[in-house]
Write a protein that binds this ligand. Sequence first.
Ligand code: PLP
Length: 499
Amino acid sequence: MTERIAGELVRDYLRWRRSSGGAPVHTDAEARGLLRTLSRRMAERSTPWPAPGYLAHMTGDTPVAVTLAYLCALLYNPNNIAPETSPVTTELEYEVADDLCRLVGHAPGTGWAHLCSGAHAAGYEALWIARNLTALAPAAARHPAGRDVLADVSPARLANLPVPFLLDLVERLAARDALDEVRRLRAPVGDAALLVGRTAHYAWTKAADLLGFAEDRVEPVGVDRNHRMDLADLRARVERLIVAGRPIAAVVCTVGTTTEGAVDDLAGVLQLRTACERRFGAGFPIHVDAAYGGYFRTVLDVEDTDAPTLKPEVASALRALPYADSVTVDPHKCGQAPYPAGALVVRDRRALAVVAARDGCFGEPRPDGGLPFAPYTLEGARPGAAAAAVWAAHRLGGLHTGGYGTLLAGCLDTARHLHEAFTVPLGTVAPGPTSPYAPDLAVLNLTPGAPGDARAWSARLRESGLWVSTTRAGGIRLCVMKPLDTRGRRHVEQSLRLT
Ligand SMILES: *Cc1c(COP(=O)(O)O)cnc(C)c1O
């Protein structure tokens, strides 16, 4: 069936090519040889991510229909920079953007989202928006269009005004036709700080460097024994910066850290921000890196009262996602979509004006009055094929508890079983590998039984059909991206014990 569908897609494309007057297609013997060589090389040496024992990376078992959707759109080579270069796939991306806003918890019509190459690009963009937004008030205070609004605000308070105040300021400056001028007055990043947990992805260090943050202004917030951001440390840092009048460009929380799958207490961070607003009249943008964890929101309502699918703290963080100013989600991780597919979801689209390109040529508004992509996205040309694939994945998978929710609940269940199999009662010494903490999501870290090289262990595991990755802490990481049945779990367990 799959082969027949693939043949039909190619036939439709060739017919379209002919009807559009394109040069005739002739795949000659040389091309065939080249493609056969490529195909053989791919089939011989590709990483076997569909295997039940593949637990090394956050690569899901992309459904073949989703891959065909990608191929189908790819044949027409659409570029989602603008509808004129991608009439169909831009429309699909509007639908996917609505899906992603709904996934994060925004009511229809609020929020703004788009696809990008991955969580790196989404993070750069989120930080770019936050940096420009927080730098706006000091600039506006020096401009006639902003001076009256900010007259009563002391210079120290200008550094960290609450986000809703800043968004109103953007709107007011735009209404007075002064936003561009004020943006030009904006100081470079200066001494603005970026606060991220110690277990956050290394992409944040790159983003901070790229956006001009001084190295010592990226503050690594401590983590607790669950690998979650330590709120007491965050509070101390935030209050110190606010009192000193030093700007906080953003606080970045992670929902599903890449190594440990740990979920930061987002609800706690939001409460901290509310407390700062009350006490100091100050705020800061909150971005959530849910590259890995975002799709777990579909698990939230799975009824399973005997064994709650999610820890209450994890459910609470997922429920708080819609209150963050922006969120990264990677459809190419738990969204079952092929690469490249990351996404940025922004809570209030007014924020985008602070990064808008002023002289782009692709800026027509969407038919529904929404914002177009090109003036606001970090990346220019973007693959329409990726939008088609995510669109198909969402429709085939189902962005609800009966769809992705069931799949991901199965992954959580597998991770929990594996954790239990390697849990050692307190005070006893295990002869083999151990799982030191109950995972927040479906990522498990195991420490080897005897001192030794995790890399060598991982290589031995490969021989028994198990693919894992190693951690800097000297253990191994298992990413459960597909549910395993009892037999599958037993195979994993036995391989881990025997090697
Ligand atoms: C995977 C991951 C990233 C990087 O994502 P890319 O899509 O590879 O750019 C960033 N943050 C977190 C939490 C991740 O899990």
